[in-house]
Design a protein. Structure first.
Length: 95
């Protein structure tokens, strides 16, 4: 049970746009309009209270995730899993 709770905590701390673990964000997360750190989005997706690419479509984000993971030599099944997870993230749920 302890392992499951730990995994749940890690999942909550992912960017809710691209799925990147926020612990790997060099800036510690995106910024809100008031300058505070966003607890939901990474600095690659979110800046000054707005998405960096507001017109980005879900399929484009999935392609970005696959491309980034391919550059990092992630196995195909990790690339597929993470791209499959993108629609479950907060930014994409209502679309």
């Amino acid at each position: 049970m302890k392992k499951l709770l730990h995994q749940w905590e890690l999942e909550k701390r992912r960017c809710q746009s691209c799925g990147m673990p926020l612990q790997y964000d060099p800036k510690g997360g995106g910024s809100e309009a008031d300058g505070s750190r966003s607890a939901l989005y990474c600095s690659y997706c979110y800046d000054q209270g707005a998405f960096r690419d507001p017109d980005l479509r879900l399929d484009e984000m999935q392609a970005r995730v696959r491309q980034l993971l391919r550059k990092r030599n992630a196995p195909w099944y990790i690339r597929a899993y993470m791209a499959h997870r993108v629609p479950t993230l907060r930014r994409w749920r209502s679309k």
